[in-house]
Design a protein around this ligand. Sequence first.
Ligand code: SF4
Ligand code: SF4
Length: 172
Amino acid sequence: MSVLDPVIELVRGLGTTLKMMIEGPVTIQYPEEKREVRPRFRGRHVLKRYDNGLEKCIGCSLCAAACPADAIFVEASENTDEKRFSPGERYASTYEINMLRCIYCGFCEDACPTEAIVLGDNYELSFYDRRSAIYTKESLLEPVPTVDMTTPRKVEAGVFTRSVPEMKDPQD
Ligand code: SF4
Ligand code: SF4
């Protein structure tokens, strides 16, 4: 270690202080101002819909099986063309995530064959009690694109038979 090293470090430190004085404060005035998250940030889950409003979730429980924290509970029921929630045979009649257990690993997202469950960019998670930390399907499901696309709804018979859609690049 040279005798000049402390001086170099001191100058570097003063340089940082000077930079902050020129650039202004870096404090974010949350909640009025919200910090932009990184592209791969994993926040609150969202249950996605297709453009036609049908739910992507088919109640297969692969997300629950993949979850290392045992945070997901799924119960499936049968679709009919008279009362259709999602394409294919089944839909999730119950879908719950215990956010107190979740470690935001993203395994559920990776395991999902229809890209139904996605960890979004919302980091505003707070609860007043343990019960409200269990997010239900109603709170996780994204809104319908238009009011006539709500689920369940009556659809043309024999059209939505495939549970898993054709994907351009399944490895994408
Ligand atoms: S992010 Fe991980 S811990 Fe959280 S629900 Fe998904 S698989 Fe489970
Ligand atoms: S979110 Fe995906 S993996 Fe989980 S039950 Fe629905 S379709 Fe299956």
